[in-house]
Design a protein around this ligand. Structure first.
Ligand SMILES: Nc1ncnc2c1ncn2[C@@H]1O[C@H](COP(=O)(O)OP(=O)(O)OP(=O)(O)O)[C@@H](O)[C@H]1O
Ligand SMILES: [Mg+2]
Length: 352
């Protein structure tokens, strides 16, 4: 999913939710003088579910963002200080539940990694350890082994049924069954953790015994450079009503780019704004709009003006040349075309 599209979804979802939450809070503050106790209770439910929805939107956006390739900021990070800071943050929550904290981290562990992502990983794991433990302790150890850094987070909590252990890292798994209403959360925390651990070049696993506790083990590379996320393949939008032409374009370009296709000019205009392709390949004779009208609308719209448009048409360009140049398109390719020339032309415009 395109980043700008993701940010607009996030904005479109959060703005109305923000109004719901803010106005619910205002009403709740005035509740004692204005509402019956039953009405106040309903409003509290609205507010609570609004908060749940907000957490879910934030987590989903995070998952999509990681999947679409986040930029890592790699520095030398002292692991002991990260773990101490995270534990300090959760000290109050542990004290409230009467949980003991044991921590041992070798002092000399320095990772070449993204510090903010490392914090996110351990915050999620320690948050879970506290949430799912009613009594006993949480034990964190970190040491070097076989060229890796190993961090274990063990708790004496409710444990996880073995059949859930494999699916915990793949989203929306709530293994607490009938107790799940007691333990709020979106069920996406561990999915985010496992994606981040993979991004940092590591691995994560869990061992657990129902009723006894769980141990989460994270292994991270010490020296190894982080494998940066693969450069995302760029998207090309093809607006063409001839299925055979689309087959040809896909055969030539789908190894290099994601191809999004549509047969209609109107749909092409909407898609261009939404997915922000790196380039548009446009046929002139479309069922609903003439290709040149599509170019005009793309170039008149500030949201799509910057996207290179290449007209690919079998109609005689000689006759339409003037109109094509005037339309504001960036390039044109006459069908039938030479394969190499076609691919080079597309690559040139995608790079710009
Ligand atoms: N330390 C733990 N002890 C017992 N169960 C756990 C532990 N950590 C995770 N789980 C189980 O795995 C499920 C998924 O954890 P995850 O962190 O992904 O979601 P969550 O904590 O329910 O919600 P959130 O998205 O707010 O983190 C939890 O709902 C819980 O059932
Ligand atoms: Mg969690």
């Amino acid at each position: 999913m395109n980043k700008e599209f993701l940010h607009s979804i996030s904005h479109e979802l959060k703005s109305p939710l923000n109004s719901i939450l803010t106005l619910s809070k205002v009403l709740l503050m005035q509740a004692d003088s204005r509402l019956t106790s039953e009405e106040k209770e309903y409003l509290q439910i609205v507010e609570r579910n609004g908060q749940k929805l907000l957490a879910l939107i934030n987590d989903l956006i995070e998952v999509f963002e990681i999947d679409s390739g986040i930029q890592l900021s790699v520095t030398d990070v002292a692991l002991a200080s990260v773990l101490h800071n995270v534990c300090e943050r959760y000290e109050g929550a542990m004290r409230k539940k009467g949980l003991q904290l044991h921590m041992h981290c070798d002092d000399d562990i320095v990772l070449k990694t993204d510090e903010a992502r490392l914090y996110q990983i351990f915050e999620n794991l320690i948050d879970n350890a506290i949430k799912f433990t009613e009594e006993g302790s949480i034990t964190i150890s970190a040491y070097k082994k076989e060229g890796k850094c190993v961090v274990t987070i063990a708790d004496t909590g409710i444990g996880i049924r073995s059949e859930y252990c494999d699916t915990l890292f793949t989203g929306f798994t709530k293994a607490s069954g009938s107790l799940s209403s007691k333990y709020p959360g979106t069920g996406l925390g561990l999915t985010i953790v496992s994606k981040l651990v993979a991004l940092l070049g590591g691995s994560i696993e869990v061992e657990s015994q129902l009723g006894k506790g769980s141990i989460f083990t994270v292994r991270l590379p010490l020296q190894k450079e982080i494998t940066m996320p693969q450069q995302q393949r760029k998207t090309i939008l093809v607006i063409d009503d001839d299925p055979d032409s689309i087959v040809v374009v896909k055969a030539l370009l789908s190894k290099l780019y994601y191809i999004v296709e549509t047969h209609s000019g109107q749909e092409g205009l909407a898609l261009a704004g939404d997915i922000q392709p790196a380039c548009i390949l446009l046929d002139l004779s479309l069922p609903d709009l003439h290709g040149l009208q599509v170019v005009k609308q793309l170039k008149d719209n500030p949201q799509t003006r910057h996207i290179p448009v290449i007209i690919v048409s079998a109609s005689s360009l000689k006759h339409e040349r003037g109109a094509i140049i005037a339309s504001g398109c960036d390039d044109f390719i006459q069908k039938p075309f030479a394969v190499e020339e076609f691919v080079l032309k597309v690559q040139k415009w995608v790079r710009q």
